[in-house]
Design a protein around this ligand. Structure first.
Ligand SMILES: C[S@@+](CC[C@H](N)C(=O)[O-])C[C@H]1O[C@@H](n2cnc3c(N)ncnc32)[C@H](O)[C@@H]1O
Length: 362
């Protein structure tokens, strides 16, 4: 079997003739998945398009408020997120390990191009460096919150790096339970605790954490203002806030909305990954400004993550990946199929991978 990226946001998986022959019902010897649909030999299937009458309630600060169909109610969204990660985290862990985030790839041909775990660690280290989190024993963070923690890969890394106490929250009971098992197996239970809690209503006192860490969870938050408000609330005076997240591109001068075709692509991704309306990096900056935070800055790291999604697609299309997907349920399969939409979104400059950081005044 051979997997090949066609360069037009589609992937072609070819089976040797013997395999396709041995499966009586297979109508051809290839499986193709693309931004518009999938095909198995002569059979073609298009992704459904949307016609939702529900609209996102307008949010004065977000460009995403224009005419964006709200895919699900907020309770439906939370339930969907929890189930999505309950069902898919095991498959991801088997294939990719404990980090459920993009890798950071330096430049063409660097060693981390093919070492994705190294690139995922580089993502954490580069984020800390960008936010100028101090390393010295006297100044490094002692209390950290990992908001949207997956199975706790970052939480354990930060606990080790800083000898910090880390509280980690996720909507997925399966992730919290699995994360605590891994934490115990690594002898870190005295430092790291995962629990089920909502990022928009965190179970922590005001001003608790020197480092507030959100790695690829912001895109799931249905109310970005409340999200950043909670991050700022739980930050200690002088504490750093790091948000690394999927965004849509900043709007051009004079633009008030994304183009309909762009929104259509995001809508398909929203459905597959249980995401609400997206916003831009500059929307985040504006939101943080309303909270009177200091040192607010952002960077577009889209180029640094370019190799990631094609690598994830390739691993999903590997023999092992296909077997795992086949037994993982429809939401996980749909998530896997939507990976090419992410590749396409990056290619056309619609999706941006952004880091936004700030500091709470002393
Ligand atoms: C893509 S995973 C990222 C996991 C982790 N940060 C990492 O880098 O490995 C997204 C995580 O965000 C969590 N999440 C999404 N919405 C959330 C919410 N409202 N409250 C808490 N966690 C949330 C999910 O449960 C999941 O653990």
């Amino acid at each position: 079997m051979e997997a090949k990226y066609n360069g037009d946001s589609s992937w072609l998986l070819s089976f040797p003739a013997s395999v396709s022959k041995s499966r009586g019902s297979v109508p051809g010897n290839f499986f193709q998945v693309s931004a518009t649909g999938m095909a198995w030999g002569d059979l073609r299937f298009s992704w459904p398009s949307f016609s939702s009458s529900r609209r996102l309630s307008s949010s004065s600060s977000s460009s995403s408020s224009c005419n964006v169909a709200q895919r699900r109610s907020v309770p439906e969204l939370y339930e969907g997120i929890a189930k999505f990660y309950d069902n898919s985290s095991g498959v991801w862990e088997d294939m990719w390990g404990e980090h459920m985030h993009h890798g950071y790839y330096d430049s063409e041909g660097s060693s981390s191009q093919n070492d994705h775990l190294l690139a995922q660690i580089a993502m954490i280290d580069n984020s800390l460096a960008f936010a100028q989190v101090p390393d010295s024993k006297e100044e490094r963070p002692a209390h950290v919150v990992d908001v949207g923690c997956g199975i706790g890969g970052s939480a354990r890394y930060l606990a080790r790096k800083y000898e910090a106490k880390v509280s980690a929250i996720t909507l997925s009971p399966v992730q919290a339970a699995r994360g605590n098992v891994i934490t115990a197996s690594q002898g870190l239970s005295n430092l790291v605790t995962l629990q089920v809690a909502n990022a928009l209503k965190q179970p922590f006192e005001d001003g608790t954490f020197d480092l507030v860490w959100s790695m690829e969870s912001g895109e799931h938050m249905p109310d970005k203002q409340q999200f950043v408000g909670e991050l700022a609330r739980v930050a200690a005076p002088g504490g750093r806030i790091i948000i690394v997240t999927w965004c849509h591109r900043n709007l051009e001068l004079g633009e008030t909305c994304l183009k309909p075709k762009e929104q259509e692509l995001l809508n398909k991704i929203c459905d597959a990954y249980y995401l609400p309306a997206w916003c831009s990096p500059l929307d985040y900056v504006e939101l943080l400004k309303t909270l009177k935070l200091e040192d607010i800055k952002y960077a577009d790291w889209s180029k640094n993550v370019t190799p990631f999604w094609p690598a994830v697609v390739a691993s999903a299309l590997s023999f092992r990946g296909l077997i795992k997907l086949a037994t993982s349920g429809w939401t996980t399969i749909r998530g896997a199929l939507a990976m090419t939409l992410m590749v396409q979104g990056y290619q056309v400059g619609l999706i941006k991978f952004a880091i936004i950081t700030a500091r709470k005044p002393l």
